[in-house]
Write a protein that binds this ligand. Structure first.
Ligand SMILES: [Zn+2]
Ligand SMILES: [Zn+2]
Length: 236
């Protein structure tokens, strides 16, 4: 029965490459062409920003989180796919990215025993526009792959901010102070938490989220993102 359902679903909604949108077989996240040129983050990485040593400009800056990791740089062919995922109702891409993110969690945080995974919250407006919080879709899928329990809505956004990508680094910092909060502090205290984001630019959104978790007594906080942008304008 579930096979029939899978078949029906895949013929109605064929699985598409999470970069270029070409139809691929059900078990694949990316077409073979895109797979070859994925901008993967490999080798040794900076735990503070998740970039490879050559791309890190953060100078190991201290954050409220312990470490961040991501499978991809936000460049090349993955950009279009993630854009579609984020802005154009291509929610099914979550599976392809989450598979890579799960592998990254296993690789980079292999000795960490997580209590749960939760998402960077989106504002009501963004959720209304998109119909979903893309970070929640990723967190749910990573949870399914890794067995780390998922908890929805540990953090919430307490007021709407100007859209992040229209702001420069310094504005972004000011723009985020006090944006996040939680009404479930008892679920945060002494916990080892994995925080899930989609695209991380300066890491400030994650750091603000991590700050709230830290204030409520989280034991350790790790961040997983689908992709990390170049650290433009953040050299300090
Ligand atoms: Zn492709
Ligand atoms: Zn760094």
């Amino acid at each position: 029965m579930s096979k029939l359902k899978d078949w029906a679903a895949s013929s109605l909604f064929p699985r598409r490459c999470a970069c270029c949108g070409a139809v691929v077989s059900a078990e694949k996240g990316f077409c073979s062409e895109c797979e070859k040129s994925l901008p993967r983050i490999t080798g040794e990485v900076c735990p503070a920003c998740g970039r490879g040593k050559k791309k890190c400009t953060c100078k190991n800056k201290s954050n409220y989180y312990d470490a961040i990791a991501a499978p991809f740089y936000f460049e090349g062919n993955i950009r279009l796919g993630i854009h579609r995922f984020k802005f154009r109702r291509a929610a099914y891409y979550a599976d392809a990215y989450a598979r890579e993110m799960s592998d990254t969690v296993a690789l980079r945080f292999k000795n960490v025993k997580f209590d749960y995974i939760t998402e960077v919250p989106s504002g009501k407006r963004a959720r209304r526009e998109r119909g979903y919080n893309q970070c929640e879709l990723l967190a749910r899928a990573v949870s399914k792959n890794t067995g780390i329990p998922y908890k929805k809505g540990i953090l919430k956004k307490i007021y709407e901010t100007e859209k992040q990508h229209g702001l420069n680094y310094y504005m972004r910092q000011g723009n985020l102070t006090g944006v996040f909060d939680s009404d479930r502090p008892e679920e945060i205290k002494d916990k080892v938490i994995l925080l899930c984001d989609d695209i991380s630019t300066s890491g400030e959104t994650l750091n603000e989220c991590a700050k709230m978790l830290w204030l409520y007594g989280a034991k350790n906080i790790y961040c997983i993102s689908a992709a990390l942008t170049e650290m433009k304008g953040e050299k300090r």
